[in-house]
Design a binder for this molecule. Sequence first.
Ligand code: ZN
Length: 142
Amino acid sequence: MRELAVFYCPKCGHYAYYQTSRHPQCPKCCAPETMTMVRMHYTEFMKMTCEDRDEFLAGEILKTNPSLLKRLTEPHKRYNSREIIAEMNNVIMNLDTENKILSDTVKWMHDTIWEMMRENRIKSRAEAAATSIPPNEDKKEE
Ligand SMILES: [Zn+2]
């Protein structure tokens, strides 16, 4: 039996115990990247309180994003939490806008496809009418 190890997901913060031979994917957010192994024996990790685990993993996650860590620990407090929140808010708003554009595009494509189908139907009806035998003409054999 292989040793257990603690793995955490840098995307959502979920952690779990796995055998070290496995490269688990996060079952919570299904991020495509595999979870990261905690460099600490799982028994030590288990001994920590929930708050300590949170703090420890928060530190680990911050290490994966050096620019965020730099901002949070900026000595001159150039970046404060208000600015970070405002920045995150901007990111979210940009994502919302992008999402709106995408859904507008989908709607436009949907409308265009329906329009094309409608035109095709009219056209094929017209063609069918043009090739069909007019009622008052003599019957032609094929
Ligand atoms: Zn995750």
